[in-house]
Every structure is written in C-alpha cells, then in structure tokens.
Design a protein around this ligand. Structure first.
Ligand code: SF4
Ligand code: FES
Length: 243
C-alpha cells in the first residue's frame, strides 16, 4: 500500500488543496496506473491527462515528489513505502488538478519555425543527407514536446518571455539540419534578450528530460554558433537534390 498525496485545484471555486489516497500496489504499477485506479475506484473527480501510456505522446507530465516526470514511465515501487506527492507541472497555468495549459509552450515552439525551410518552389525530389549530417541534430529530434524541461527551468519562472529550453533546443534542431536553407532566419529569432542569451546554463531542463535530450547543452551550442557564425554559415551547403 502506498499513500498518494495529490494536488487538487477546482477552477469553479478557485480552491486548491491536497487529497490523500491509499493505493494497493501491484507489480510494475506506474504512477499513471495509480491515477487510473483512483479515477475508477475511489474518486472520479480527479483530473489528469494521458494518451499513449508508452512515453511517446508527452501528455502525462506531472511532478512526482517535486521532480518533473512522465506518469506512465514512473513506477510507484521506486519510491518505497510512505507518501508520494503528485503535483502539476510548474511554469504553466493550471486548468484543473494535474492538468496544465501548454499554450505558451507551443506558441514559443512555433515561433522558432520548427520545420524545414527551402527556397526552391515546385520541387518533388528527395533532399539528400548523410548519416553524419543527421547525427548533428538527431538527439534534439527525439523530443516529444512534453514540456517537462520548461517546467523545470528556473529562468522561465522569472522571465515569462524567455523562449525556454524546449523551443531553443528545437531551434537548434532545425538550424543544424543541412536540408534547411534558412538557418539565419532562426538565428535572428533566438538572438534576443529573451532567447539564448537569457539561459544561465543551470541544466535542470536536461536533468528531467525523459528522452535524453540535453537542451542546456544544445542552447550553449547555439551560442557557439553565433560566435562562429560568420565561418559556419558560409561553410554550410543546403542538401543537394537527388536526381
Ligand atoms: S527536450 Fe525533453 S523534456 Fe523538453 S520537451 Fe523535449 S522531450 Fe520533453
Ligand atoms: S501517456 Fe503518453 S507519454 Fe505518458
């Protein structure tokens, strides 16, 4: 048996408090399994979000004992006996209980143009890329947009205009993709007071990422890109088309 202490927020009454639930543990039970048990057996009013149950959609992000994590990838037994506290992610408006509003995260993501830009029109051929060229950005491409890093970032909590680790890591992902022909457009977007230069390299974003992305490092690489940009932008060639 484990006791879950869960943050509750009811927007209609504007009340927030913690409720405790006793959960009978079974083998390999995840935090998400426990939330579903509460929903089905103890308290149907508890609100949380999930979709894939496989660590892929990023929608079940919450804080467990103060640390950002995916509920579907976190086993209850890891916490031993006693009380485990579940809370919504930080740095987001809370909609209800453990559900937060990701709108700001996705707006910042969209602002860095997270897609390949090419100048040609009417092209219907593949762009070529070598394994080494793909290696430059593949780590950032494994991001599932869960926003755990954004919750863990202390700079976001004091500067709401800061683009944050997720958007900046995605900017890096497309800046480094040789199929893209507009890296300078994205560099302009992140070269602001609230862009890469606002990151203090605290590293908590990388610490909580469930996919092994290292946003703190990638942000430093964007800074390095600026320092070397004259040389690198000239050296970079857009991928040739396959004939
Ligand atoms: S970088 Fe990691 S923590 Fe941040 S949104 Fe992507 S997968 Fe989630
Ligand atoms: S439910 Fe999809 S990542 Fe947890």
């Amino acid at each position: 048996m484990v006791k879950l202490r869960i943050f509750r927020f009811d927007p209609s009454k504007w009340s927030q408090y913690y409720m405790e639930y006793d959960i009978p543990i079974r083998e390999n039970m995840t935090i998400l399994d426990a939330l579903l048990y509460i929903k089905e057996e103890l308290d149907p009013s508890l609100t949380f979000r999930y979709a894939c149950k496989a660590g892929l959609c990023g929608s079940c992000g919450i804080k467990v004992n103060g640390r950002e994590t995916l509920a579907c990838q976190t086993r209850i037994e890891w916490f031993g006996e006693g009380k485990v506290t579940l809370e919504p992610l930080s740095n987001y408006p809370i909609i209800r209980d453990l559900v937060v509003d990701h709108e700001e995260l996705f707006k910042k993501h969209a602002s860095v143009k997270p897609y390949i830009i090419r100048n040609e029109e009417g092209v219907d051929k593949e762009y070529l890329q070598t394994p080494n060229e793909r290696e430059e950005f593949v780590q950032a491409a494994t991001c599932i947009n869960c926003g755990l890093c954004y919750s863990a970032c202390p700079t976001v909590s004091i500067d709401r205009r800061f683009l944050g680790p997720h958007a900046l890591a995605q900017a890096y992902r497309y800046i480094m993709d040789n199929r893209d022909s507009e890296p300078s457009a994205r560099l302009t977007i992140v070269d602001t007071l609230h862009g890469v230069w606002r990151c203090h390299f605290i590293g908590s974003c990388s610490h909580v990422c469930p996919k092994g992305v290292d946003p703190a490092l990638l942000i430093q690489r964007v800074k390095r890109f600026f320092i070397l940009s004259e040389r690198r932008l000239k050296r970079r060639r857009p991928a040739p088309l396959k004939s």
